[in-house]
Design a protein around this ligand. Structure first.
Ligand code: CUA
Length: 329
């Protein structure tokens, strides 16, 4: 019996800590703001533990060792001390700590910082890099961020309320239709992270993620210059057929591929879609087969997605389209 309860306890602890590491955890910070939040969390958690231990100690004392004989002076001291003075001290310390910790989390980045506009869509992320002094670069569902630089995010939504959250890098911020919200973050660790929508926004809320790559400045600039360039249409015959189908099937009405006549703005910019780590907002791997499955039955993969299904196309045509899109590195 004891062995079984120990196993159950171990499972609970393992499940609880499984969420504390990896690419999407507020307790594994990879940025300055996330580290501040993790610090706040640990102060609050340890503070609560100390209070809880104190209450349990008094309860055990009452049951085990108290004589049970009323003692007005002692009881009053316990009530005033334990019920008023100690909570007042504890809450004042925690409140002061919280009030000092919050303002830097909502401060704006200084003028001249890299600015990134992100718009929440059902259910993907429209992204526009606005480097100081440079031309804007549209991308989607993937962010690259330079390490140790404060980046200014400008957030809003086209449809319903979403919430922009990269747990390893900082606090979450709501994206509200008709309103701009701001978030400044400074990543401090190079690597891949993951962001997610943190506000229920409908059928595929749980399938609204994005990948985040934190790199050094040179790698970031190289990536941004590549994203800014027009698409290079793959030269092989299957991809050329896919290119023709992209226009014939009407994809260009919703999607932009810079460097081609495709200039739709309803769906994500696909100029360099093949260079992204994942497809459909961090839901599928980025390969030809995933493209094909996504185009044939988007609603199966992402319920209520606005992308129309193209399952009526012949499999060879879907494969050609997929080969073309996957080749847009
Ligand atoms: Cu967007 Cu939840």
């Amino acid at each position: 019996m004891a062995a079984r309860s120990h196993a159950a306890m171990a499972t609970v602890v393992l499940l609880g800590t499984a969420g504390c590491s990896g690419v999407q955890s507020a307790l594994a910070p990879g940025g300055r703001q996330a580290a501040d939040i993790a610090g706040l969390y640990w102060w609050m958690a340890i503070g609560s533990l100390i209070v809880w231990l104190g209450v349990v100690a008094v309860a055990v004392w009452c049951v085990r060792w108290s004589s049970g004989v009323p003692d007005r002076r002692r009881d009053r001291a316990l009530i005033i001390g334990g019920g008023t003075i100690i909570p007042l001290i504890v809450l004042t310390v925690l409140l002061t700590y919280g009030l000092i910790a919050i303002p830097p989390l909502v401060a704006r980045a200084p003028a001249g910082s890299l600015s990134i506009a992100v718009t929440g869509e059902r259910w993907w992320w429209r992204v526009r890099y606005e480097p100081p002094g440079g031309a804007a670069v549209p991308v989607a569902n993937e962010l690259y961020l330079p390490v140790n630089e404060l980046v200014q995010f400008r957030l809003n939504s086209h449809d319903v309320i979403h919430s922009f959250w990269m747990p390893s890098l900082g606090p979450k911020m709501d994206m509200i239709p008709g309103r701009i919200t701001w978030l400044a973050l400074e990543p401090t660790q190079i690597g891949w992270f993951r962001g997610t929508c943190a506000e229920f926004c409908g059928g595929s809320h749980a399938l609204m993620g994005f990948d985040v790559r934190v790199t050094g400045r040179p790698a970031f600039e190289k990536w941004l210059a590549h994203q800014a360039a027009p698409a290079a249409v793959p030269p092989d015959a299957i991809a050329r057929h896919g290119y023709d189908l992209f226009f014939a099937a009407g994809c260009s009405a919703c999607h932009t591929i810079r460097g081609t006549p495709a200039a739709g703005v309803i769906g994500p910019d696909l100029t360099h879609v093949g260079s992204r780590r994942t497809l459909a907002a961090s839901v599928l791997p980025n390969d030809v087969d995933a493209f094909r499955r996504w185009m044939a039955h988007p609603g199966h993969i992402k319920p209520r997605a606005r992308m129309p299904r193209f399952g009526m196309l012949a499999d060879a045509d879907l494969k050609a389209l997929a080969t073309f899109l996957e080749g847009l590195e």
